[in-house]
Design a protein around this ligand. Structure first.
Ligand code: ADP
Length: 242
């Protein structure tokens, strides 16, 4: 009977997840379809291209998120300077926030080398950024900073949003746990972040209270910068045509 219960719960979870995904994908495809239809009518492709590109990008992010959750892709580890990597994704993170949210990325501390899957790190940061965004519907402030913490690099992400009750905080990393309406949340964001951090030998901590905002701290073990040379050599080797 217990196994049947677990099986039933699994099916429910899969059902809920696929409903969420179907819903998101439908919204994305509607945007593409709508733009394509209007090109047909007006023949003005330049006006609709940005919309189509944005919708396609959302679709790609959604599938990437799912892949990183089910981890059917291979992990590509490289050693890089954390601040530099975050600086590189600045143009990706900024557009997540509406104008009412003031965003500051403090990447002044360089020389913190970590060995990680860079794409997964970016996705983790984007997940947290998008939660911060949802938590500040009336606007507010989002701060991302990088600092050294002993033999770890520490990424701090803070928002001045609605915060979390102890009950929500306790279930934050639970897969499929969400307090958002079905078309907004899937509950896999923080579960994916948690898995990323755990898989990279790091730790994550969340401090939050209702009305007090939220602070997430991710600690990743520092790596030797020498690694990057070897990684680059590997990369070049892999790029050499046979
Ligand atoms: P989703 O965002 O799809 O709901 P997550 O796993 O990313 O899934 O988050 C789970 C829940 O944790 C959210 O539904 C929300 O209630 C809460 N949460 C996460 N981040 C924040 C935040 N920065 N501020 C307030 N609540 C948050």
């Amino acid at each position: 009977a217990y196994e049947r219960l677990v099986q039933t719960q699994k099916m429910e979870t899969i059902g809920r997840l696929s409903t969420g995904i179907a819903h998101d994908f439908n919204a994305i495809l509607s945007v593409i379809l709508g733009h394509a239809t209007s090109v047909g009518r007006r023949g003005d492709i330049d006006a609709v291209l940005p919309g189509i590109r944005q919708a396609a990008r959302s679709g790609a992010t959604l599938t990437r998120r799912l892949l990183s959750f089910s981890r059917t892709h291979t992990r590509h580890l490289s050693t890089f300077d954390l601040a530099e990597a975050i600086e590189e994704v600045r143009p990706l993170i900024l557009p997540v926030f509406p104008r009412a949210i003031q965003v500051s990325l403090d990447t002044s501390v360089s020389g913190l080398w970590v060995k990680a899957d860079r794409d997964e790190l970016v996705l983790a940061l984007l997940n947290i950024a998008s939660n911060a965004c949802d938590a500040m519907p009336q606007g507010g402030r989002f701060t991302l900073s990088v600092e050294a913490d002993g033999d770890h690099a520490c990424i701090g992400l803070e928002d001045t949003g609605i915060g979390m009750t102890p009950e929500v905080l306790a279930r934050l990393y639970e897969p499929f746990f969400t307090t958002k309406p079905r078309d907004r949340g899937t509950g896999i964001g923080m579960a994916t972040v948690h898995r990323f951090v755990a898989d990279h030998g790091g730790a994550i901590q969340a401090d939050s209270a209702p009305g007090e905002g939220t602070r997430i701290r991710i600690r990743l073990p520092l790596a030797e910068p020498e690694d990057s040379l070897r990684d680059e050599a590997d990369w070049e080797l892999a790029q050499t045509p046979h």
